[in-house]
Design a protein around this ligand. Structure first.
Ligand code: ATP
Ligand code: MG
Length: 379
């Protein structure tokens, strides 16, 4: 197969930026070539996050933002192409995740809704666009998430032993890869060759929401504010005992669940704001460490981190100290920049769709069958 270029686009729970990455895909190689990240303006962030919970005139607001967000994604992709002196016809397809405004995989009629209209995106870029990746998996009774494990499996699979990939985005998700597993390009994974993957709990989202409320800052740079506080043991204990954290996979989550209303259920009295931030950082680090210990038992397992949380130095220190036996680094040491893994995954998923290959892993999402994900929108 000759080399093809794809663009993957992601904007996650944190709503910090639209990340677009240019990748080249050939038979056995996957390479990230360039990227462009476009911060989401504050006003738009506010409009998007208010759409994440029920409110007035939602259909109109959703329709408007669907178009506006698609225009912003298109500008991000067009800038990336311009920077790389590429033309639309050089790109096979865009894989666009879109901005999640509701993710409800556990309702009687489950759904997951991403906006950033793919018809507008295809038209404004002149590039075939694959989007709406999650509903095909949900149609087959899956969680619709996480979808990145199949990509992790394709590009990060170890030659021997085990490897854990942990994305610390708004929500954190884990993938455990095992050298004996077979790539899902051509077949669904066999039961005994399972890849483990699920959302483990909050990554940055609670820390982001707490610092926004109390200091009007979008995130806790390098975890400095958290570092200045003390862990509140009773709060940490309650957070760790939360029903989602304790629940076995398959599971996935979002801001619909992990938000300040959820946190307020557990806060007692009037603790210092920085102590709550410190406890939230500890919560994220401990859930992550407990999950690794639980999934790997006593097997040796190298851990590779990715996502914006990698930049939170205090969080990194806490993770390192809670996992003294594991070698911990980032996906950069596996050849993909830690900030680009999620966007790159959607480029890969678009390739799967165009080739009529599955993108989900049944064991991860809980779907009844493997599915070709998403819809294809021609330019
Ligand atoms: N220097 C930093 N110090 C502390 N935290 C940081 C820093 N840089 C980024 N972050 C955190 O990373 C977050 C963004 O991470 P990322 O883009 O991976 O999340 P996301 O958009 O929710 O993505 P996804 O849902 O795809 O995983 C920011 O909201 C912030 O919390
Ligand atoms: Mg982001």
């Amino acid at each position: 197969m000759k080399k093809e270029l794809y663009v993957g686009v992601m904007s996650g729970t944190s709503m910090d930026a639209i990340d677009a990455v240019l990748v080249s895909i050939a038979n056995n190689t996957f390479k990230t070539l360039a990227h462009h990240s476009n911060p989401i303006p504050k006003g738009l962030q506010n409009q998007l996050s208010s759409l994440c919970s029920p409110g007035e005139n939602e259909i109109e607001r959703c329709g408007q933002l669907d178009v506006l967000f698609a225009e912003l994604i298109a500008r991000t992709v067009n800038t990336l192409l311009k920077n790389e002196t590429l033309l639309p016809q050089d790109i096979t397809a865009i894989g666009s995740h879109g901005q999640t405004i509701r993710h409800h995989p556990d309702l009687p009629k489950p759904f997951s809704l991403q906006i950033g209209n793919p018809s507008i995106l295809a038209h404004n870029t002149g590039i075939t666009t694959v989007a709406d990746f999650r509903m095909a998996d949900i149609a087959a009774n899956g969680q619709g998430a996480p979808l990145v494990p199949a990509f992790h499996h394709s590009v990060f699979k170890p030659e021997k032993g085990f490897r854990a990939i942990i994305n610390i985005g708004g929500i954190a998700n884990i993938t455990i890869l095992n050298s004996s597993s077979i790539a899902p390009q051509n077949t669904a994974l066999k039961k005994e060759e399972e890849v483990i993957g699920y959302d483990i709990g909050p990554g940055n989202t609670l820390m982001d929401q707490w610092i926004l409320r109390h200091k009007n800052e979008p995130f806790d740079i390098n975890g400095c504010w958290a570092r200045s506080g003390q862990v509140i043991p009773s709060l940490l204990k309650h957070l760790l005992a939360d029903i989602f954290i304790k629940r076995p996979p398959p599971k996935s989550s979002g801001r619909e669940y992990f938000n300040l209303a959820w946190l307020n259920n557990y806060i007692e009295g009037q603790p210092k704001d920085e102590d709550v931030q410190r406890t939230l950082a500890e919560f994220t680090a401990q859930v992550l460490a407990n999950t690794i210990n639980h999934e790997t038992k006593n097997m040796s397992c190298d851990v590779f981190l990715c996502g914006g949380g990698v930049r939170n130095t205090f969080l990194r220190e806490r993770i390192d100290s809670l996992l003294p036996k594991n070698k911990i680094s980032t996906t950069c040491s596996l050849g993909i920049d830690a900030q680009l893994v999620e966007a790159a995954a959607f480029a890969w998923l678009a390739k799967q769709t165009l080739r009529r290959l599955p993108g989900n892993i049944q064991n991860v999402t809980g779907a009844h069958c493997s599915k070709i994900l998403g819809g294809i929108y021609l330019a």
